[in-house]
Design a protein around this ligand. Structure first.
Ligand code: SF4
Length: 344
């Protein structure tokens, strides 16, 4: 982190340092699936949304609803084709859909931000869950659609292999910066079982080390406030991660989409969801314990209001960051200040 006055090393600061101007992600659902979900769309992590974390602006009618923070809960909306709808589509049909999504994204980004640089982001489901030949065909085709500076691939620890790392490294050799976003969520194996993640913390370490040893930058995903977890468990996950010194981290407040198994548990009163203020406390403590050079990509979730079962009341993104800044300044808090506590 170059600027020592910075409270934390945000993703936007990183992009500005790296590109000197505006750079934005083009998010794509390439029709990959996930080994943790069944073919009939059942199973998976208990919070898994059928929309697989796809960018809201790719969700057709949902994009309008998402900009209205007071939208009521809606279960069925008209959307663009999604992974779950083209799971068994042939490669040519998938490419057509990828092309349409990239065009749609670029048009949206040009209208709103007019970016100088574009980064290709495979976001929905597990984007290394396919034979290497298929991955190569999809990545190559997608990268050929625009002058992308980065290839960002979101996936799970059990979908990282030597073969797909070799493929990812080949793009680095061509001058495209490659990042993998790796879901951990918590380092606590009991919690991982409870949310049916289908992998252990040991699986995560194996994948993380493979990436690290092959020079692939990694952003690790965490969720704060999972069922059965409070301050101690969350800080243990932060300690676990901080010692690994990942290039990036994405922190999410627990958010429960409607229609998920976790939402049923919530309705039955089997779990609680941290409030905005509690998440703020967790976030500040985590930031202080993380290494100063780890890029903090996000600190909250963006589930659109009409699909968010809980929490129904949470800060708007801007308000959360304003309050976080104020609180950190008041407390003299900054990223890395308590990093040394992790080794005690
Ligand atoms: S890893 Fe992601 S896509 Fe797979 S089941 Fe979990 S939340 Fe769903």
């Amino acid at each position: 982190m170059e600027n020592s006055n910075r409270l934390f090393y945000s993703y936007s600061s990183y992009l500005k340092e790296k590109y000197g101007t505006s750079a934005y992600r083009v998010a794509v659902d390439a029709g990959f699936s996930c080994p943790n979900r069944n073919a009939d769309k059942t199973g998976g992590c208990t919070y898994c949304d059928e929309l697989g974390s796809m960018a809201v602006y790719q969700r057709g009618q949902e994009a309008d609803l998402a900009h209205n923070g007071n939208s009521p809960l809606i279960d069925q909306v008209d959307t663009l084709p999604l992974s779950s709808q083209y799971l068994f589509a042939d490669l040519e049909s998938r490419k057509k859909r990828i092309k349409a999504q990239i065009e749609n994204s670029i048009n949206f980004l040009k209208r709103r931000y007019n970016p100088e640089y574009l980064l290709l982001y495979f976001q929905a489901f597990s984007n290394t869950y396919a034979p290497v030949s298929e991955l190569k065909e999809i990545y190559d085709y997608s990268l050929s659609q625009a002058n992308f500076k980065e290839l960002i691939v979101s996936t799970r620890p059990d979908c990282i292999s030597k073969a797909n790392i070799k493929l990812l490294s080949s793009y680095q050799k061509k001058g495209i910066d490659v990042w993998v976003e790796l879901g951990l969520q918590t380092s606590n194996n009991r919690s991982l079982n409870r949310i049916n993640r289908g992998h252990s913390s040991a699986d995560f370490i194996r994948a993380y080390n493979l990436l690290k040893n092959n020079g692939i930058k990694t952003t690790v995903h965490l969720i704060f406030g999972l069922p059965g977890e409070n301050y101690d468990e969350i800080m243990e996950s932060i300690r676990y991660l901080a010692l690994l010194k990942p290039e990036g981290v994405k922190i999410h407040n627990l958010h429960i989409p409607i229609g998920t198994e976790m939402f049923s548990e919530y309705l039955m009163g089997e779990l609680t969801v941290p409030s905005g203020l509690r998440h703020l406390e967790y976030a500040i403590e985590a930031i202080e314990r993380l290494p100063p050079n780890t890029i903090i990509h996000r600190l909250t979730c963006d589930t659109p209001s009409h699909r968010l079962g809980a929490p129904r009341t949470f800060f708007k993104k801007g308000s959360f960051y304003n309050l976080l800044t104020k609180e950190m300044e008041l407390r003299g808090a900054y990223q890395g200040r308590l990093f040394a506590l992790n080794v005690d």
